[in-house]
Every structure is written in structure tokens, then in C-alpha cells.
Design a protein around this ligand. Structure first.
Ligand code: Z5A
Length: 210
């Protein structure tokens, strides 16, 4: 019988270093002999990537409620076509953003009803086995985004108070789900953050992570 895969998500505000750390974690897990699917949200499946383009760069803006439902629709596609099949095949899934981003951005950031978001999230399976919450200061995030040299997406153009609400949202989520979430200080250099992440994965999965 195939050993079950593990589902790890990375969450945090813009510039927290999620994409960098998702890559490093996936490499480390592969080096340890695991098959790994590295994926992201919104996106990770053809229909979900189409919704990503619409949400981040499309010509239309949506009401906050409609935007929430589009993120959840993208997630349903992603789960059905990429995440569930990978886990069923024994792969470890490393996912850059997932359902906590909907709660943080649309719930805490845009003020969409958080009970509705939680109800929608509860409908979708599976839940992550571990969520790594990368926490950085507003100053760190701003410096990284300024040095990145790519065009801003729709969310990155929203004002600093929006991003502060999002950051607080992630902290609240981490505090209320300690059995799933481990907060990592993302202000440190990439190698130090990676070491902290490996320690967290090891602590959560023990020998299975080796
Ligand atoms: N969104 C939503 O609203 N609702 C949802 O349900 C979901 C998403 C799922 C996705 O955009 C947007 O969708 C997101 C929320 C919204 N928008 N925002 N803001 P994305 O995935 O393309 O954008 P992002 O997640 O914010 O990516 P990012 O800004 O690139 O951040 P990151 O992935 O956390 O960081 P990074 O790409 O790894 O690093 C950014 C830069 O910093 C880069 O130049 C790195 O080389 C550098 N970096 C990274 N780590 C370090 C350290 N440790 N030290 C120094 N420099 C570093």
C-alpha cells in the first residue's frame, strides 16, 4: 500500500518569502527521497490558473463576496485535479497559499463575512496537515517588494492598512489553530528561514519527513 502523502501549505502576507521557501522545502523533501508536488494558489490546475489570471490581472473587479467565491472555485478545481490525486499517489504536496489566504485577504482584509468563509472552507477536503505561517514586518515586506522588479498584481496595489489587516488576520488564524499552524519568523535570511521550516516539518512529522 502507498504511504499517505502529506499536505503542507505556506501562508503569509506579500513578500513574506513563501515562494522562495516553498521551493527550498520541496527540494529538501525530494533530497530526502519523497515525491513532491509543488503548487500554488490561486492556481495549480488549468481552470484555477484561468481564474488566477482573472483575479490578479483581469480587466474586471468583483464585489468582495464574488471575489471570495472565485477563490473558492479555483480551490475546488485545484483540490480535485492536483492535490487529491497527488496525495492519493503518496506524494507530499507543498502549496504556496491555500484557504487561510481567503480568510486573511477577503475576510480580514476586505471584510467579507468570516463565518461564510469558514463554512465554505469546511466544505473542501482535505485540510492541510501543516501550515507554515511566514510572518514578516511591514518594513521587510515593503523592502522586498520594492526590490523585486515585477509589475504589481491587484492585491499589491491595495493600501498599507489593507495589508496590515491581512497580516493581523494571519496572526489570528495561527493563534486559533495551533494544532495545524507553526509561525516562522520570515524576517531572517533565506537559509535561516529554511532551517526553521525544516525543524518545524521534522517536529510535526518526525521520521516520515526524513
Ligand atoms: N489571494 C487572495 O486574496 N485570496 C486567496 O484565497 C488566495 C490568494 C489564495 C496571489 O499573488 C495573490 O492572491 C496574493 C493574495 C491573493 N496577493 N498579494 N499580495 P501571488 O501568489 O503572486 O503573490 P504573493 O503570494 O504575495 O507573492 P510574493 O509577493 O512574491 O510573496 P512571497 O511568495 O511571500 O515572497 P517571495 O516571492 O518568496 O519573495 C519576494 C522577494 O523577496 C523576492 O525578491 C525574494 O528573492 C526576496 N526574499 C524572499 N525571502 C527572503 C528573505 N528571507 N530575505 C531576503 N529576501 C527574501
Amino acid at each position: 500500500m502507498t504511504a499517505p502523502g502529506r499536505f503542507i501549505t505556506l501562508e503569509g502576507g506579500e513578500g513574506a518569502g513563501k515562494s522562495t521557501q516553498a521551493r527550498l522545502l520541496a527540494e529538501a523533501l525530494r533530497d530526502a527521497g519523497h515525491s513532491v508536488t509543488e503548487t500554488r494558489e490561486p492556481g495549480g490546475a488549468p481552470g484555477a490558473e484561468a481564474l488566477r489570471t482573472l483575479l490578479l490581472h483581469g480587466p474586471t473587479t468583483f464585489t468582495p463576496e464574488a471575489e471570495t467565491l472565485l477563490h473558492v472555485a479555483a480551490r475546488a478545481e485545484h483540490l480535485a485535479r492536483t492535490i487529491r490525486p497527488a496525495l492519493a499517489g503518496g506524494q507530499w504536496v507543498v502549496c504556496d497559499r491555500f484557504a487561510d489566504s481567503t480568510m486573511a485577504y477577503q475576510g480580514y482584509g476586505l471584510g467579507v463575512d468570516r463565518t461564510m468563509i469558514a463554512t465554505l472552507a469546511a466544505l473542501l477536503e482535505p485540510k492541510p496537515d501543516l501550515t507554515l505561517m511566514l510572518d514578516v514586518s511591514a518594513a521587510t515586506a515593503a523592502a522586498r517588494l520594492a526590490s523585486r522588479g515585477r509589475a504589481a498584481d491587484r492585491y499589491e496595489t491595495l493600501d498599507p492598512t489593507f495589508h496590515e489587516r491581512v497580516r493581523r488576520g494571519f496572526r489570528t488564524i495561527a493563534a486559533t489553530a495551533p494544532e495545524r499552524c507553526i509561525t516562522i519568523d520570515g524576517n531572517n535570511p533565506p537559509a535561516a528561514v529554511h532551517t526553521a521550516i525544516l525543524a518545524a516539518v521534522q517536529a510535526r512529522f518526525g521520521g516520515a519527513a526524513k
